[in-house]
Design a protein around this ligand. Structure first.
Ligand code: PGA
Length: 250
């Protein structure tokens, strides 16, 4: 049985003092969960979040990184830098980065490779937009994105990659894919991985769903055959609400 991994993506929200307060309130609420709990926080919160999550079961992730180790890249942060302060996870290729910051399948692939090089675990986002969904090419789009993202990785690396299936039309809109639809898309990604890297790898890889996950729909989504947890945006900003999502099975 695969474990459940539930990650919060705070996006560009929460000041350090808010992050500290959040963790204080949130940690006791999720201390008994069997799921892996991750908070992906803005760069400026990382250090505070790491310190305050130390004695808890909460893991800390970043929301992006550069693929180079160091150099003349003003404003960027490398995987080596993230690792140096104890960050464990990093979101790569979120649709907002693809849409607003010129992230491509190629840079996503480079960043995943760099994440592994520096000992970080990538959470890689794929997902179709509304137009693609209406055209009926969802499966084609998300399996291709997955293939390009994972290109050149070893089987072991693929096993340790978390994939987040996030239909773009469901992000921040309050619209969620039905659990059946979301599960079918996740299954298609898993089948693609089986074709490329073998059944054993595909059975192990964690594939999350993201897009308007909230406490009222988490149980249904996370109880399907193939969805292994979620990447949660808006609903991860409130400790009680996010804890309810983490404790979806209680
Ligand atoms: P949302 O965001 O939960 O606010 O829809 C999810 C995400 O973008 O990861």
């Amino acid at each position: 049985m695969r474990r459940k991994v539930i990650a919060g993506n705070w996006k560009m929200n929460m000041l350090p003092n808010e992050a500290i307060k959040f963790i204080e309130e949130f940690a006791p609420l999720v201390k008994d969960t069997k799921a892996e709990v991750i908070l992906c926080v803005p760069y400026i919160d990382l250090f505070y979040a790491l310190l305050n999550a130390q004695e808890t079961n909460i893991k800390i992730g970043a929301q992006n990184m550069h693929f180079e180790e160091s150099g003349a890249y003003t404003g960027e942060v490398s995987g080596k830098m993230l690792k140096s302060i104890g960050v464990e996870y990093v979101i790569i290729g979120h649709s907002e980065r693809r849409q607003y910051f010129a992230e491509t399948d190629e840079t996503v692939n480079k960043k995943i490779k760099a994440a592994f090089e520096y000992g970080l675990k990538p959470i890689v986002c794929v997902g179709e937009n509304l137009e693609q969904r209406e055209k009926g090419v969802t499966e084609e789009i998300i399996t291709k994105q997955t293939e390009l993202a994972l290109d050149g990785l070893s089987k072991d690396q693929v096993k340790n990659t978390i994939i987040a299936y996030e239909p773009i039309w469901a992000i921040g809109t309050g619209k969620t894919a039905t659990s059946e639809d979301a599960n079918n898309s996740v299954k298609a990604i898993r089948e693609k991985i089986a074709k490329l890297y073998g059944k054993e790898v595909a059975e192990e890889v964690i594939i999350q769903y993201g897009g308007s996950v909230k406490s009222s729909n988490a149980a249904e989504l996370f109880s399907t055959s193939d969805i292994d947890g979620g990447l949660v945006g808006g609903a991860s900003l409130k400790p009680e609400e996010f804890a309810k999502i983490v404790n979806y099975d209680k």
